[in-house]
Design a protein around this ligand. Sequence first.
Ligand code: BES
Ligand code: ZN
Length: 871
Amino acid sequence: MKKAPEKTIYLRDYTVPPFLIDKVDLQFVLEEKETYVTATLQITRNKASKTEEKDLHLNGDSLELVSVALNGHALNETQYQYSPSNLTIFDVPEKFSLNVKTKIKPEENTALSGLYKSSGNFCTQCEPHGFRRIMYYLDRPDVMAKFSTEIIADKKRYPILLSNGNMVESKDLSDGKHYVKWEDPFKKPCYLFALVAGDLEFIEDTFKTMKGRHVLLRIYVEKGNLDKSHHAMQALKKAMRWDEENYGREYDLDIYMIVAVSDFNMGAMENKGLNIFNTQYILAKPETASDFDYIHIESVIAHEYFHNWTGNRVTCRDWFQLSLKEGLTVFRDQSFTADTTSKTVARIDDVDHLRNFQFAEDAGPLRHPVRPDSYEEINNFYTATVYNKGAELIRMQRTILGNELFRLGMDFYFATFDGCAATIEDFVSSMEKASGISLQQFRLWYSEAGTPIVNIQDHYDEITNIYTLHVTQNIETTTEKKPLHIPIKIGLLKRDGKEIHHELLQLKEFSYDFHFKNINEKPTPSLLRDFSAPVKVVFDYSDAALQLLFKHDNNLFNRRDAGQRYALKVMLNLINNYQHKKPLSLPHDFLATFEYLLENMHEDKLMIAECLNLPSEKYIGEQMPIIDVDAIHHVREYVIKALALKLKNIFIRIYEKNNDLQSPYQFNLDAIGKRRLSSMCLFYLGRLDDPAIYKNIIMPQFETAISHNMTDTMASLRAITDSTFEGREKALNDFYEKWKDDALVVDKWLSTQATSIVKTTLKTVKELTKHPAFDIKNPNKVYSLINAFCFRNQVRFHDASGESYEFIKNIILEVDALNPQVASRIAKAFSDWKRFDNERKHLMQKVLQDILHHKNLSNDVHEMVSKSLYL
Ligand code: BES
Ligand code: ZN
């Protein structure tokens, strides 16, 4: 059956809910084939609603209605109407109780939204519209109710039965079944509902809150994974303490549970008191998880924990306000990571991510404001713009207000909107009220799409000693011709690298001259320090100026950024040469700067590693009018190899100094810094394609590390997989044989191969879709193989033959029939088709059209593809 196309939903059409639900009592009778859900809803008409509507309309999705009763009386067919997606009760009273029973089939739920099965256990995902796949309901976040949940299930197969809040009753029933009842004392929207039933193991700990309450902490995992859950528990306690110390936020229930499941569309979900996580963001031990995994686990656990206040206690009025919880919570988890790891490196990683993913999104047909005006499928709006640009908007408000006023603003926001469904406007006005600073002009950031370009020219007057920065702003895609309020942190450096001045400039005009007096020599400006606004700065830096900043800027973020600008400049020049068939050669000064970095910047190893990391192929493409994938790849590889050749001995020396294959893994900044630096050296050395280096350095590392250290193992396996080294196949096989029973390690094995630069990658990816390790129904497998290939292997995905495009098209259609959210995320790979040369453009356009003409396409993919084609 073809679904009617979803119509566009507009923010301007928002009206308050016509009915409110005060109390929800749920009962689940969990069975393998079919599950019966009974809900008793206490409903009242909303006095604030102006609607004349007499009928109650409840949302559903793929539901089978069993029975419905109002105030205890079964309704007859003339009193209601229903379909799988809607239940209407005619002419309801002011206040009533509604009892609805539905039947659902969790085993057939491959979309992983609503109630579904993962590794034999039941679990739920309700944000944003999964609850309506469980029960007819007013499925909108501004309807907040108190929930109780009764669960009945076979005790042997499902000994653990969980839901939100506190367990208030449990007992054994006849026929080997058992019963539990959970009660959540806090009002919540239904998207925060959760249920888990299964044969799980757990670890537990306690946390003493700032007011002295003891909270029980539990992490549930599938059998056999307990030894990988301890890092997650440490992370949780760290996050709880951090939120108390930095925001004064205390946890509010007596128990906090996390369940890790293998089949999950996203990373994790903040359900009240019962977070559900993708195993990827819980399970870690040194031999299976890398430093990146350890760090990500901490940040995702923190993120979901922080939602308890920014998302749950204060929730969103409607889904257009998604960034109110997600942008703010990303900002909070970024601050947490910055505080608990390295401030500068954390900022570098966040900005790299924004520039690599959000900038491209903001420049293409899928661009949208942080607070979108309309959507067809809200699942398509969990984007880098809503999340990461949204976090930047919060950060800018903190920069404008200063830390203390920002904290007052947060306190005010929590105090005013606790228990409410709020808007982004409520947040911004809280900041204004608490600080006395107007953010009137700042608000525009929330409604404008596109990355602003800030053009800067400088002028130095030797007679008056006045230095001037002439700054202009524009957004190419602006709808309103109004300037944005842009905070620009700058510094001015003398020729010897010493700073003479620093300041926060606040640009509020389209064009403005900032003057600096008493400047005795023409300075070098360090612009947009710490990336103080999500903009592109255009300034015509000389190579010498970039070298000076790279060596001396006291703002470490900008120091590395100068290196990146310099590398970008060099590579764009080389790309131009390559396109004009001119010979390539690495500028001597560039080489010298790299050498300087390796020889002199010993203070911070993580920083050196970040500086050694060249701008990605994707980011280089972003800077070009037409993305020339082959030229980009050729030149970037040329530069890597040239650096490796010239600096080989230094790389070997630093590698040997920092590499430690014997000591047991330690998760601390010093150890991580050493590993990241030695991995970087290994990366460059690997690019020499020198058999001796493989034999004497890379293979020994692989063979030693594989038993106890995944960070070092992956660094070597990545080098091997990118090479034509004769031991390549064997290394990949050995790795697989050792780890084939560990799903998360197999994911690494898949993505390493999918992102390999070797020419046979597409063939390998195709073969891997047939491999027993692959499972098209499991999102982690699809993301590790397919999305890694599409999004992290520009040169192979965009192979001129168009073969990858055809292959991915078929995968998208196959996945769409099972799981539209996952399919839609793959389909995004074609959204920037207009940025490529004519041949690739047409090939991609054809793929998009084929997808669009496919019958039974989901709304998710339909919106993604039609917008890509026609906007
Ligand atoms: N609320 C989201 C999870 C979610 C997203 C549910 C989309 C349904 C649809 C959660 O808080 C979240 O943002 N998770 C992120 C990870 C986070 C660290 C940014 C995710 O799952 O990717
Ligand atoms: Zn979130």
